[in-house]
Design a protein around this ligand. Structure first.
Ligand code: PHE
Length: 341
């Protein structure tokens, strides 16, 4: 009998040896230890054994059962470990591989420059006010001392929508709208799109301006100079110089055009400044008393200064861009150059 048991154990060990997956091992285990298994059958045969041998026989079967179970358990452990190792190998991730960086957008150069300008003036106490892009003849012209049929209207090639409404040709209506709604002291910037029937390498029918307006007691051309000197040093560099040239705008008196020393040649003369050493950046002046009065501000008590600059122009000078159209073409290669600047 002992021999038979040893044979069963040996067979079980050999059978287990050949198994290479958990499922087959489970099936094999059922064949030995399941309800109808070989060892279960032996246990059932106990009843036919003579009573005096029963205990010894029982112990032998039990020992056999324990041994066979251990064989299966050991194999089961081994298979599970192998399967785990296999999975770890198959599903391994090389954390040292470089990741796939998602394409990052960037801020448009016009917005970069617009934000810089706004930041520069906000640091000097200015607030931002945005006016409408379609505005009336009154706000675009009449309230700025440009009466109907006045030749000064030819200074801008205007897009009219109706006889009385137009795409604003400048952000100066923002001056009037602010003065009508706010008591001095006033210190505002009015950025936004403007429209003119004008189209070449440095002009576009749609472009962006920022208007500045200061109204307070005792404001003078001298304050304008100080303000713009500081602005130019922030936007270009600290050595940039400004120059005022006499000019004419119906809504300022006196009026000036402001040049900066060329940021490319530092005043020596180059293709950017057309050999003059200076580049024009904006129009400005002391607010015409008539404009203050029309907007309900007492011109005996208060005075004002105003300036209007083109964001495209400053961007082109700052980054050396020769054609304004590149700013509107959505060319990714062009725009990517401004990443992280
Ligand atoms: N509105 C003028 C223009 O578009 C610029 C300007 C603004 C000039 C304010 C003087 C004062 O050309």
């Amino acid at each position: 009998m002992q021999e038979k048991f040893s044979q069963i154990l040996l067979n079980a060990k050999q059978d287990v040896e050949k198994i290479d997956n958990s499922k087959d091992l489970y099936d094999l285990k059922t064949r030995y230890l399941g309800k109808n298994g070989e060892i279960t059958a032996l246990l059932r045969g106990m009843k036919d054994v003579a009573p005096e041998q029963r205990s010894a026989f029982g112990k032998m079967i039990n020992d056999l059962k324990v041994e066979v179970e251990k064989t299966f358990d050991d194999k089961d452990q081994m298979l599970k470990q192998n399967e785990l190792n296999q999975r770890l190998q198959n599903e391994a991730v090389d954390v040292t591989l470089p990741g796939n960086a998602p394409a990052m957008g960037s801020i448009h150069p016009l917005n970069i420059v617009k934000n810089k300008i706004i930041n520069a003036f906000c640091g000097m106490g200015f607030e931002v006010f945005e006016g409408p892009e379609i505005d009336s003849d009154y706000y675009c012209f009449q309230a700025l001392n440009i009466p109907k049929d006045h030749p000064a209207r030819d200074m801008q090639d205007t897009f009219y929508i109706t006889e009385n409404f137009l795409l604003r040709p400048h952000t100066s209506p923002g001056q009037v709208r602010t003065m009508e709604n706010k008591k001095p002291p006033i210190k505002i910037l009015s950025p936004g799109r403007v429209y003119r029937a004008d189209d070449d390498a440095s002009h576009s029918p749609m472009f962006h301006q920022i208007e500045g307006l200061v109204v307070d007691k005792g404001v003078s051309l001298c304050d304008l100079k100080g303000l713009l000197d500081e602005f130019v040093r922030i936007i270009f560099d600290k050595d940039t110089k400004t120059r005022f040239r006499p000019s004419y705008f119906p809504f300022t008196e006196p009026s000036v055009e402001v040049d900066v020393s060329c940021c490319k040649c530092h005043g020596k003369g180059c293709n950017l400044c057309k050999g003059t050493g200076w580049i024009e950046i904006l129009g400005a002046g002391v607010v015409n008393k008539k404009v203050l009065e029309m907007s309900g501000i007492d011109s005996n008590e208060y005075s004002g200064l105003a300036f209007g600059l083109g964001i495209e122009r400053i961007t082109m000078i700052k980054y050396g861009i020769s054609n304004i159209k590149t700013l509107f073409e959505s060319n990714i290669n062009f725009l990517n150059q401004f990443n992280r600047r």
